[in-house]
Design a protein around this ligand. Sequence first.
Ligand code: BTN
Length: 330
Amino acid sequence: MNHEIRGRILALLREQTGTVSGEKMSRALGVSRVSIWKHIARMREAGYPIEAGPRGYRLDVGEPGLELDILSAWEFTPSEFKSLEIPGPGYKVHYFEEIDTTMEEARLLAEKGCPDGTLVIAGRQRRGRGRGQRTWISEEGGLYFTLVLRPDLPLMQAHRALFGASVALAETLRKHYGLEARIKWPNDVLVGGKKIAGMLADIQSRSDMIRYLNLGIGINVNNDPGDLFPESCSVSGLTGRRVPRKGLLLSFLRELDDWRRRPEDGSLIRAWKSLSATIGCPVRIVSPGGQVTGTAVDVDETGALIVEGLDGGRKRVFYGDCHDRIGPGP
Ligand code: BTN
């Protein structure tokens, strides 16, 4: 209940450019002015710059370039989300300031039967998971979430969800942040050859149909991963401004929804290829089964990468880490 009221207070403060009176809020929310005052005091403690004056309350959304970027459960209440009119399955968010990994929480929710569009978001992760056996360092400022999808797809088509997500994310970064984002097979998103986001999927199937596909995405937004990982970059580092993570998430969900609604007419694979940083490049793919080197020439209808060796022979690679191969290779 407190979450819901604070979410509605935030929505009211954002709707209004100026000050909102305590009287108006109390009428809109059906609670006393004292109660509003208490909720606002709690929200200020949590870091929301809400100014209180004789005429009411005002949220300081920040100067351009220094926009407010706070993630909290109140940002994701049902009414707050509804007021933003994001198309899609009716996202229901579970927000955690800190968690081990959003993947595990999402797995538990999915096993309990949560609907398509359930989102688990974390401000920080203690044990963020990367692909393979790697960890994903998840410090404050990044955007970390797992989206539970229940697509009506056979297991063989699972890559469509991942391709849809990587295309949606690359397009979000291009359209809304002016970044030349590209996709490295299978689903890393890069800008200027450096990794800005990564994704992985936990998939459960029954009789070859997907039961759920939990899509975990980590985006470097206002964190600075470059200190630890020189091959990484972040949205704020590249744009020179602090970027509200919630806005980025909403733009991504809109783009993703767009792709999920499109018929299967080849446009997704075409978009993926046009954004690909891998096709046409010399690559070395390392997987538990061994190593494949050659030139990446295509992806097929299952999402496998087609690698052409020096002898002209072609191999389909289903899984692995893709490394750029500089020089003539073996
Ligand atoms: C990769 O190795 O590139 C994939 C990284 C995926 C990281 C995200 S962050 C949110 C979700 N929770 C996790 O523990 N991992 C994924």
